[in-house]
Design a protein around this ligand. Structure first.
Ligand code: F6R
Length: 611
């Protein structure tokens, strides 16, 4: 999704803005641009990646200590040089980058055209640039006031960063529905759509709230709301280090993040489980524990991989804590007039904390009186602020577009919650409780052990990377893991893949099976084991090729399957955290073998801030 960078200070802005754009590449984009205010405004933009932009800028001088930049993911108008941001207003008085969608752009454009404005691009952003300019010129106002008044006319969502060559020492940033962070340096400020471009420069940030406008010079930061009321500036310190944004020895962020999981799961657990006493403390939920203990129903809302984590959560919260759980696609939930009451608890799961559908589902639930909770990775994100209470996953920034460590972190939090609530509700006795806590604490080491099987998984990838389709089967918690495995494969390798509960295969998907169809089976050693063995036989009888994830020491499936990867034995409640790891690696290797862009798969965005 689109990314914004801005800088105002004493250093050369161009290298800082450019580096910021590089760090934002993970979000997915199709064009990029920069505008630097020197003696005049220098704006360069082009379709394609940041490298392409650099070539376009060439050796031309781009000196100046104020600059803005943007990576665009097309919404209004296809990817092109002219549609790329920054957009300059007709008379050159306003230069603007924008994330989000101006819903009433057609109406505003019509009105501006009547007042003599013409447009070069198909974008809603150019409309906003011209609207600000129109108010600026004809109102004879300063830039911050013109921006503020223009925003009162806008319907939609935006994160913007704007400057005027007429006022070269001022930059304005504003947010409604699309996140913006201001980094506070020494005699300098940074603006970005997430903390990634800022990390390494400063740890002091101001997270803009909905409807806030930041007015920046190199020596001052003032906050206002849209009604021109001055607001207090609250500076927070973030502890995400640059280490996360460096690739180190890894070829791709996705692989790096897969390998980070022993640490990221441990980070999620850190400070929340006391190994000796087994006590679980989830600080973020402290205020709502009585409500959770007495819960009649929890509705989980999420999208994509986070929705899969929610499905694992359903098994766990129902199985261990005996709380009825419904898991909903956020996008469907909000549009189907759901029945929600003040007795309900609605739990949003989101890595980014910015997914528009999840945020909207949450707001709907809140408006109908439900208690809203969140599980988010990004500290200070919109969802984390919209909820009454919640848990941060502490997985560190996830750069690869395909979610890996965020999924295991979300499942870890859900497991912690299920065990804690199981104890509080008397659904688990003390022995079961202690056993589960120990099982969870052992997960980081077991993930590390699975990662040592990378070469074996690569061999399997070599056997099936030419397939056109793939089927993933699992039961119990391995059903959502099968869904997640299939999603990972299709999003980064573009191979069509589907996940099914293993027993459902005979109700339709079995028709697809032939000698070209790889079937990936994730088999636990629980009570459904024999049934899964039968499902494998059904596949083999139709000449399907079976690749299986099995528990260490398993023999039956090992003899039947073309190849197996063993995962350490674990309690069924924590097995999802293990079963998913070989599937992440499998899709990674397949995508690499196919020459796909693993970290930035086509058409995908990291943070989906449009509905
Ligand atoms: C898949 C993936 C997406 C996200 C989905 C929700 O690898 O990353 O399916 O899980 O867009 O994003 P968040 O969790 O940020 O709400």
């Amino acid at each position: 999704m689109c990314g914004i960078v801005g800088y105002i200070g004493r250093q050369e802005a161009y290298p800082i803005v450019l580096e910021g754009l590089r760090r934002l590449e993970y979000r997915g984009y199709d064009s990029a641009g920069v505008s630097i205010m020197g003696d005049v405004a220098h704006t360069y933009k082009s379709k394609g990646d940041v490298q392409h932009l650099v070539a376009h800028v060439g050796s031309q001088p781009v000196q100046g200590s104020l600059g803005i930049g943007h990576t665009r993911w097309a919404t209004h108008g296809g990817p092109s040089d002219v549609n790329a941001h920054p957009h300059t207003s007709m008379n050159g008085k306003v230069v603007l980058v924008h994330n989000g969608i101006i819903e009433n752009f057609a109406d505003l454009r019509g009105r501006l055209e009547k007042r003599g404005y013409s447009f070069h691009s198909e974008t809603d952003t150019e409309v906003l640039a011209n609207l600000i300019e129109y108010i600026y010129i004809y109102g004879k106002l300063d830039l911050p006031t013109a921006v503020r008044l223009a925003l009162t006319k806008v319907v939609g969502a935006y994160g913007i960063c704007v400057y005027s060559p007429e006022e070269p020492t001022t930059m304005v940033a504003a947010r409604l529905g699309s996140p913006l962070v201001v980094g506070v340096g020494d005699g300098e400020y940074y603006v970005a759509s997430d903390a990634t471009p800022i990390s390494g420069y400063t740890q002091n940030v101001v997270m803009l709230n909905e409807g806030e406008i930041a007015i920046l010079t190199r020596d001052s930061l003032a906050l206002k709301n849209i009604k021109n009321v001055d607001l207090p500036v609250e500076i927070k310190t973030i502890d995400w280090d640059v280490e996360y944004t460096d690739l180190g020895d890894f070829e791709h962020y996705m692989l790096k993040e897969i390998y980070e999981q022993p640490r990221s799961v441990a980070d999620t657990l850190r400070g929340r489980v006391h190994a000796a006493t087994h006590e679980i403390t989830i600080g973020g939920l402290f205020s709502v524990l009585p409500r959770l203990r007495d819960a009649k129903r929890i509705i989980i809302v999420a999208c994509g991989t986070s929705w899969h984590a929610g499905l694992v959560g359903e098994y766990l919260l129902e199985g261990l804590a005996r709380i009825p759980v419904e898991v909903e696609y956020a996008s469907e939930f909000r549009y189907r007039n759901p029945i929600i009451s003040s007795e309900d608890i609605v739990l949003a799961i989101s890595q980014s904390g910015e997914t528009a559908d999840t945020l909207a589902a949450l707001k709907l639930a809140k408006s109908q009186g439900a208690l809203t909770l969140g599980i988010c990775n990004v500290v200070g994100s919109s969802i984390s602020r919209e909820t009454v209470a919640g848990v941060y996953t502490h997985a560190g920034p996830e750069i690869g577009v395909a979610s890996t460590k965020a999924f295991t972190a979300q499942v870890t939090v859900l497991t912690l919650m299920a065990i804690k609530l199981g104890q509080m509700r008397g659904a688990l006795d003390s022995e079961q409780y202690a056993e589960l806590v120990d099982e969870l604490l052992a997960i980081p080491e077991k993930i590390a052990k699975i990662l040592t099987k990378n070469e074996k998984i690569k061999e399997i990838a070599r056997k099936c990377y030419k397939a056109k389709n793939a089927l993933y089967l699992g039961r119990g918690v391995f059903f959502p893991v099968a869904l997640e495995g299939a999603l990972k494969l299709k999003e980064i390798s573009y191979i069509h893949a589907e996940g099914y509960p293993a027993a459902e295969m005979k109700h339709g998907p079995i028709a697809l099976i032939d000698e070209n169809m790889p079937v990936v089976v994730i088999a636990g050693k629980d009570r459904s084991y024999e049934k899964v063995v039968s499902n494998i036989q059904e596949v083999l009888a139709r000449k399907g090729r079976v690749f299986a994830i099995v528990t260490e020491g398993e023999t039956e499936i090992n003899e039947m399957a073309e190849s197996c990867v063993e995962i350490p034995a674990a309690h069924a409640a924590v097995e999802a955290l293990l079963g998913v790891i070989p599937l992440q690696l499998l899709s990674y290797h397949v995508a690499v073998m196919l020459g796909c862009n693993v970290d930035r798969p086509r058409n995908l965005a990291k943070s989906v801030t449009v509905e």
